[in-house]
Design a protein around this ligand. Sequence first.
Ligand SMILES: Cc1cc2nc3c(=O)[nH]c(=O)nc-3n(C[C@H](O)[C@H](O)[C@H](O)COP(=O)(O)OP(=O)(O)OC[C@H]3O[C@@H](n4cnc5c(N)ncnc54)[C@H](O)[C@@H]3O)c2cc1C
Length: 335
Amino acid sequence: MSDTRRTKVLIIGSGPAGYTAGVYASRAMLEPILVQGIEPGGQLTTTTEVENWPGDTEVQGPDLMVRMEAHAKAMGTEIIGDIITSLDLDTRPYKAHGDSGTVYEADAIILATGARAKWLGLPSEEKFKGFGVSACATCDGFFYRNQEIVVVGGGNTAVEEALFLTNFASKVTLIHRRDELRAEKILQDRLFKNPKIEMLWDHGLEEVTGTENPLGVEGVRVRNVKTGEVTEIPAKGVFIAIGHAPANELVKDKLETHMGGYVVTKPDSTETSIPGVFAAGDLTDHKYRQAVTSAGMGCMAALEAERWLAEQDLDEGKDETEPLGYGAPVEPAAE
Ligand SMILES: Cc1cc2nc3c(=O)[nH]c(=O)nc-3n(C[C@H](O)[C@H](O)[C@H](O)COP(=O)(O)OP(=O)(O)OC[C@H]3O[C@@H](n4cnc5c(N)ncnc54)[C@H](O)[C@@H]3O)c2cc1C
C-alpha cells in the first residue's frame, strides 16, 4: 500500500543546491521535505579536496556534504532516503512518486537533481578518478601547478578547459579523436595561439597509467585511430572534457530545456516554465557548475518558493502577511 506525504515544499536532490534550499525553506517555516536520491550529498561526495568553498581553505567533499546535511536537518528539513521516479505536474498539489512507494504531494517543488560529467567508461579512468583524473578544470586545475596534463575532447568544453589549465600547467596536451575540433572558431584561435598547448589529433585515450600506492596518475596510453599505433604521454593530470549531462529525466518532457537538456529558468530567477516549480544548481546551470553557485541557486529557489506560496495564500485570502524571506513575520510599521 502506498503512503502519502504532504508538504508545502518538496526538494528533490541532496547536493549543495538541495541542502541550501532546505536551510532557507526551513527558516521560512515551510517545513520542507528533501528527498536525497541515489547519491546522498551529490557530486562532491565523489571528490577529495575542495579548495574553493568559502570559509574552508580545504575541506574533503564528503565531509562538506555531511555538514550541509546536518545543517539542513538542524534547521528543520525532513530528509528522506528515497528516489523520485516520476512527477505529476499537471495539477496541484504536484505529486512526486518515490521508489519506496511513497507519494509526495507538494504545493511547490524545488528541483535540484544536478548534472553528471560524461566519462569515457575506461576502467583506468574510474580507478584514478579523484587521484589525477578529473572532469572539472575549475575545481582541480590548481592541483597541477607546473605539471604536464592532458585534456580529452574536441568541443567547447575541452578547449575552454585546456585554455584554463594553462594558468597552472607547464604543458597541456589536447587529445582529440578527429583531425578538427568542434569548438567555436574564436576558442580554436585562442587555443592554437597558446604556446603551452599541444594538439594530438586522431588519437583516442586507451588507458590512464599510474602508481598504486599512493594512487596517482603518471601518464596516458593513446592510440592513433588511423594507424593503430600506441604512444605513451607523461602527465600528472587527466581531464576528461567530453561534456556534461543534466539529470533532467524527471522533467525533460515537462519543462522547457536548452543547451543540451539544462532546465530553463527565468532571467535572474529559479522559476521554471511551470508556476511553483523551481530549478536550482547544475540542473539549470550549463555555465559555472560549482558548489557555491549551486548553493546560491538553492537559496534563491527557497526564497522564491516562499514568495510564490505566500502569493497563492493571498490569492485565496488565507494570509495577509507579506513574507520577509527569513521566516520572521513582518511587523506593521509604527506610525
Ligand atoms: C569530481 C568532482 C569534483 C568537483 N569539485 C568541485 C570543487 O572543488 N568545487 C566546486 O565548487 N565544485 C566542484 N564540483 C562541482 C560540484 O560538485 C557541483 O557543481 C555541485 O555538486 C552541483 O550541486 P547540485 O546541488 O546542483 O547537484 P549535485 O551535487 O549533482 O546533486 C544532485 C542530487 O540530486 C539527487 N537526485 C538526482 N536524481 C534524483 C531523483 N530522481 N530523485 C531524488 N534525488 C535525485 C542526487 O542523489 C544528488 O543528491 C566537482 C564535481 C565533481 C564531479
